[in-house]
Design a binder for this molecule. Structure first.
Ligand code: RM4
Ligand code: MN
Ligand code: MN
Length: 398
């Protein structure tokens, strides 16, 4: 489809508005539960992770913030904030969502906020409240909550008691927020719990958020659904209820695979973005959402894969922004099914890459971020500096 001036304008403002946050953990040596394949250039320290995220932002121009995990990136708690902020500023990025970690320590075997032991619930709560202090000190808007809580065998816990403990805990968390801070409640159907996860789906996230208070919103991780679930319908519902806070983007084929966004099913991400763009068109205002990546880069080079992710996200968002909404709405109202569906297909199959290249040129960004990154020598330098240390990293599962 030939691009009109109006579309070019629309495309540029869509690209100007679209930013996606990178996870610090996406640059570290990660693996599957069977083992890790160590990369010489992978980041180990928080400073290295932030430097890598900064490199991605320099080449793509659409990833200005980095989500952090408190235990992994702030081992010293709030005392680490000045140093982390300094590194972020040096690398041209800011600190994004703060992710407390209440799933790794030994005490959390039977859960955190849903643990039957009040002392463990208290510990989890304290860690989350400490994380809010980090959130305040870094000026981050979102506290991103994911819980591994649940039970793995029928009868081994009270589902209703655990729900109640969660409600109490989340209310206390909410009460500690101030200013424009929000808390995002992520759901996941299974893993690591394999019988009943305490926040298993969007309905549970919604109910917990409602109990917690108005600053609590639902976080949709695209990998946290059963195969046949209609994610864009969940998105549309949450949007219409003003209960959607943001996303963890990744692609999947089987379960929570954490693959590159768009690599398996680009039409899925497009359909999600379409619901958002359609909502924006209808209401005249873009919803206030945190777009974040949550991927585990185990095989491909981590920085290259992150650049691919950012490129894919931009392309799919732009395609959704180019849907002719007026036309679509008219066809929907008249029940013109084929024409309505064709509106979506027309936009999805438009090659938006030339437009994105034009936009990049206009911003002084490289037209091809991946090629520019490869030509920069960043990877070779990182491998030389970090290689010896990474070689010594443990790679076994057990
Ligand atoms: C979960 C979920 C969370 C992430 C943890 C480590 O599957 O996606 O967002 O923080 O993994
Ligand atoms: Mn996630
Ligand atoms: Mn996940």
């Amino acid at each position: 489809m030939p691009i009109t001036d109006k579309q070019r304008q629309l495309a540029f403002s869509a690209l100007d508005s679209f930013q996606i946050e990178l996870p610090s953990w996406g640059f570290a040596n990660t693996g599957t539960r069977f083992g890790k394949f160590i990369q010489a250039a992978a980041a180990t320290t928080t400073a290295e992770k932030i430097a890598d995220a900064g490199a991605v932002h320099r080449f793509t121009g659409c990833c200005p913030s980095v989500a952090v995990h408190v235990l992994w990136d702030f081992p010293g708690g709030v005392a680490d904030v000045p140093e982390v902020m300094k590194v972020a500023a040096e690398n041209g990025v800011r600190i994004g969502a703060i992710n407390p970690n209440v799933f790794q320590d030994q005490c959390y075997k039977n859960g955190s906020l849903g643990n039957p032991d009040p002392a463990v619930r208290e510990m989890a709560l304290k860690h989350i409240l400490d994380s809010i202090e980090i959130q305040k000190a870094t000026g981050s808007r979102d506290l991103s909550l994911w819980f591994a809580d649940g039970i793995s065998y029928p009868g081994t816990g009270s589902i209703r008691a655990r729900k109640q403990w969660f409600i109490e805990g989340l209310k206390t968390v909410h009460a500690a927020l101030s200013g424009d801070q929000r808390m995002l409640v992520e759901y996941k159907p299974f893993e690591p719990a394999f019988y009943a996860t305490d926040i298993a789906d969007w309905g549970m996230s919604y109910i917990y958020s409602k109990h917690a208070g108005p600053r609590a919103k639902v976080l949709v991780d695209t990998g946290h659904h059963y195969q046949a679930q209609n994610i864009e319908q969940i998105v549309a519902w949450l949007l219409s209820e003003d209960m959607l806070g943001g996303f963890h983007f990744n692609d999947r084929r089987y379960a929570d695979d954490d693959l590159t966004l768009g690599c398996i099913d680009p039409y899925q991400a497009f359909r999600i973005f379409h619901e958002i763009c359609y909502f924006t068109w209808e209401t005249g205002k873009a919803p206030d959402l945190a777009y974040m990546v949550d991927q585990s880069h185990n095989l491909k080079n981590k920085i290259e894969e992150t650049i691919q992710t950012a490129n894919n996200a931009q392309e799919l968002f732009l395609k959704a922004a180019l849907v002719d909404h007026e036309k679509l709405a008219a066809h929907q109202m008249k029940g013109e099914l084929v024409d309505a569906e064709e509106c979506l297909r027309e936009a999805f199959f438009t090659d938006v890459r030339p437009l994105i290249r034009e936009w990049r040129r206009s911003k002084g960004l490289p037209e091809d971020p991946l090629a520019a990154f490869r030509a920069s020598g960043y990877l070779e330098k990182a491998a030389a500096e970090r290689g010896a240390r990474n070689q010594g990293a443990g790679s076994s599962y057990a």
